[in-house]
Each structure stands twice: as structure tokens, then as C-alpha cells.
Design a binder for this molecule. Structure first.
Ligand code: PLP
Length: 443
């Protein structure tokens, strides 16, 4: 299998695509073609591991990682991903809980898979350094996934005082090969510093800088697996193709669902639930695709003004007039999210995080025709991760899952630095004992 950029026609090998992340022409990588599956291909797939082997094997054909694929899959899907009935009295809705991984959000799947791939791909005297700017969930998942792996190190940049206490723990509890930096500035400053570091060729080469952000195809592919496996299980039991309702930010999780359906998996309607950052719903309604500044909402991991995976979706399926035939999108306000978190506890006895509540809100608003279908609602994060928002609304404490509790009991280890490249280079040189003069010398 080869891969090409959404903006070019040159074919690239998987190993190169995983290491590069974004294409040199600024585009996003996609496989040259998608394999096509029928249910017979999955007759032996009783576990998500087996489903993953069937789906992912063609994508790894010809890669140096092909022989390690089973190990990579086992290291990624090491936590349960259950589909639980939303409401015992209601016969047609399930919630797929993607939040049982190390940092209690679905990004653990993509980050775990990418870490398992990159630590095997890279060897040599200088480890690969993953540089990641984060406003919350991504940095924790990436640090957890790469922590204590050989041949890789991680530098996490987060804005001082602007992440929740529990998120900050997940960014700063690692030590070892992870350097956590609180930046005296905003998330935009953190992103700008990462961009500058990549633009500085000495720094880039000296540390072998690489990225693990959500556009890397190594994060997208494994996310298709839980859609494949949950839809197959549902179809086997009921003979019906479930629809999916998915909280959307950068469109990575939703695109993974659409890829699974494109490959022939038994998936019905797909509905995206956005927060007040409503570029995607507006675009499907006929507005132009014009990236906007993001708006802060309660579902902060979905505060994206320019969802980058739309470039992949349009490349695969065309523009809005085509896209509306295959998916829809609904915007959910903060007031609706708050009310929904309260109602989810009242109606279903479950605590939802603000992101997941966008999806339960969309489920509750389905038309009577739509509600005849079976639906799987995607729960993207554990509510205990957002305790300060969730608990006052539901009037009770949310029990903390064991893995999150373990993280919360560890000490914080981070440095506070100024929002500039020199401060970043200095902190990296100290932590990784690299001669700083060589990295930032003559610029
Ligand atoms: C990242 C994230 C999302 C948005 O997912 P995308 O793949 O960016 O669309 C939703 N919920 C949570 C909890 C997240 O961390």
C-alpha cells in the first residue's frame, strides 16, 4: 500500500508517511486506495484485536512494520472499548465508551498506535523528539503513549493556567523521556513556538523533531477499528446497520468512521455533533468553507475553527453538495450542553462529559423516522476528567477511574518558561543534555 498527499500525486511508503506526519506540500496523506471488506472477512473476528488485524493488514503491506503489526495492535487496544445500552427501557441506543485508556479520552487509541509505530521505525544515535503543543487532551495522550518507550522523547507545551487541574496532571506527571513545559502565554503562543522550532533547521535536525498531531495517518487508521468492530458486533446480533453520532472537533474521529463505512463495514447514517464552533454544519448548509477563529466552549477539546481533516473528507467525497448525501451535522450550544449533562443523569442515570453531551443531545433531537434506526453514540472522554464542569450540573461526584486516579497521585514535574524559541531550546538542551550552542547558534 502506498500513500499520497491530498495535494499531490507522488506515492509514498507508509514508514515515511508516519515519520513525516504532514506532507511536504502542506497536504494530508491518504492511502492510494481503500481495501474493501465483506462480513465473511470477519468470520473469525470475535475480538477487537482480530478485527484490527483484518482491517489494518492491507494498510501495512510493504511496510517495515508489517511483521510487527500484531504487536502494535496489542499495545494499542490494551483497554476495553465497550458498547453499553444507553437506557434499558429504550431498545435502540448504545454508548461506545472510548475513554478507558490511560488518559481517559479516545485520543489514547491514536496516540498509542502512533507511538508503537514510531518507536519501532526509528533507530539511530539520536532519538526522535515529538514536539506537541496542547490545549488539553492531545498532550496528555501523546505523553502517556510515548512515555518510557525507546528511541523517542516528548516535549509538551501547554499554556500556563489555562488547562484544567486534572488535564495539567496528565501533562506533567511523566518525567523520564517527557519534558513538560508550561508556557507563559496562550495556546496560540505554544503552537507558534512549535512551528518556529520546526522551521529552525538546526534544531529540527539536532533533535530529529517530529510531530504527533491528529493529522498523522498513524492516529487516523486505528480509530477506524472501534467503528468496524462495534458495527460488526451490532450487525451480527441484530441484522441492522447502526448509525453513529460523533462529537466533532478536528474531524479525525468522524473521518475514521466514514473510512470504515467506505471499506464496507455495516454502518448506517453518520451524524456529527459540533459545539458552537459551527463551521462544519454551516458548510453543509451551503456556507463557504472559511476557517474561523475558534470560540471557547464547555466542550473545549472540540474548539476548532479550522478542522483540518475536512481536506481529506473533501478529497475523498467531494464538496458540500456531495457530502450532505452521506452525513449531516448539528451544532450544540453551551446552554444545551449544560442542560443535556443534567438530563443524561436524570433520564439515563449516566454522567456524560461536555463533549459526549453534544452527541446525546443530537440523539435526543432525532426525527421520528431517524429514531427507528439503531444508534451508537460516541463517548469521547470520561466525565471525571471534567469534574469541575460536570459535578455541579449533575449534583453528585463522578467516581474517578483507576488509571486516572493513578495519574492524579503522581507528582507534577514541569518547568515554567517564557513564550519564545530561545527559552524552549534552553529547556530542551538542559533536559536532554544536548550542547545548546550547536542548536541555536547562528540565527
Ligand atoms: C479531540 C476530542 C474531540 C474531537 O475529536 P476530533 O477527532 O478532533 O474531531 C472530542 N472529544 C474529546 C474529549 C476530544 O479529546
Amino acid at each position: 500500500m502506498k500513500y499520497r498527499s491530498t495535494r499531490g500525486s507522488t506515492l509514498h511508503a507508509l514508514d515515511e508517511v508516519l515519520l513525516r506526519g504532514i506532507a511536504a506540500d502542506g497536504g494530508l496523506y491518504l492511502p492510494e486506495s481503500l481495501p474493501s471488506f465483506s462480513s465473511a472477512d470477519f468470520s473469525a473476528s470475535d475480538t477487537i484485536l482480530e478485527t484490527a488485524r483484518v482491517v489494518l493488514t492491507p494498510f501495512f503491506a510493504g511496510s517495515s512494520l508489517a511483521g510487527s503489526l500484531h504487536e502494535i495492535i496489542a499495545e494499542t487496544f490494551h483497554f476495553p472499548i465497550p458498547a453499553n445500552k444507553l437506557d434499558v427501557d429504550n431498545d435502540n441506543a448504545w454508548m461506545l465508551e472510548l475513554y478507558h485508556g490511560p488518559t481517559a479520552a479516545f485520543k489514547d487509541v491514536g496516540a498509542g498506535f502512533l507511538a508503537a509505530c514510531l518507536s519501532r521505525l526509528h533507530s539511530g544515535a539520536t532519538p526522535l523528539t515529538i514536539l506537541v503543543a496542547t490545549s488539553g487532551d492531545t498532550g496528555g495522550a501523546v505523553a502517556a503513549a510515548f512515555n518510557e518507550r525507546p528511541n523517542v522523547r516528548v516535549v509538551v507545551l501547554f499554556p500556563e493556567g489555562r488547562v484544567s487541574e486534572r488535564q495539567q496532571k496528565q501533562l506533567t506527571c511523566w518525567g523520564d523521556n517527557v519534558l513538560s513545559l508550561a508556557i507563559q502565554g496562550s495556546f496560540d503562543d505554544c503552537q507558534a513556538m512549535v512551528k518556529e522550532a520546526f522551521a529552525e533547521s538546526k534544531l529540527r535536525e539536532q533533535y530529529r523533531l517530529s510531530s504527533a498531531n491528529s493529522i498523522n495517518i498513524g492516529r487516523l487508521l486505528p480509530q477506524s477499528i472501534y467503528y468496524a468492530h462495534s458495527s460488526l458486533e451490532h450487525f451480527r446480533k441484530t441484522g441492522k446497520k447502526p448509525g453513529f453520532i460523533i462529537p466533532v472537533g478536528n474531524l479525525g474521529n468522524s473521518l475514521a468512521c466514514i473510512l470504515a463505512r467506505d471499506m464496507g463495514l455495516p454502518i448506517g447514517e453518520v451524524i456529527l455533533a459540533s459545539n458552537a464552533n459551527r463551521l462544519i454544519p454551516d458548510y453543509l448548509d451551503g456556507a463557504e468553507w472559511l476557517p474561523r477563529a475558534s470560540i471557547q466552549t464547555l466542550a473545549s477539546a472540540m474548539d476548532v475553527g479550522n478542522p483540518s481533516n475536512m481536506e481529506r473528507l473533501r478529497h475523498l467525497h467531494g464538496d458540500a453538495p456531495e457530502l450532505v448525501k452521506m452525513l449531516s451535522a448539528v451544532s450544540v450550544s453551551d446552554a444545551e450542553i449544560e442542560r443535556q449533562m443534567h438530563d443524561d443523569m436524570q433520564a439515563f442515570g449516566i454522567a456524560t462529559c461536555p463533549h459526549t453531551a453534544t452527541a446525546t443531545h443530537v440523539y435526543r433531537g432525532l426525527s421520528s423516522a431517524q429514531s427507528k434506526a439503531d444508534w451508537i453514540i460516541i463517548a469521547t472522554a470520561h466525565p471525571a476528567k471534567f469534574d469541575s464542569i460536570v459535578e455541579p450540573l449533575i449534583g453528585q461526584a463522578v467516581p474517578v477511574p483507576a488509571e486516572l486516579a493513578a495519574i492524579l497521585s503522581r507528582p507534577n514535574r514541569f518547568q515554567l518558561i517564557a513564550a519564545n524559541l530561545d527559552a524552549l531550546a534552553k529547556a530542551m538542551a538542559e533536559k536532554f543534555q544536548v550542547d545548546e550552542g550547536a542548536s541555536t547558534g547562528d540565527k
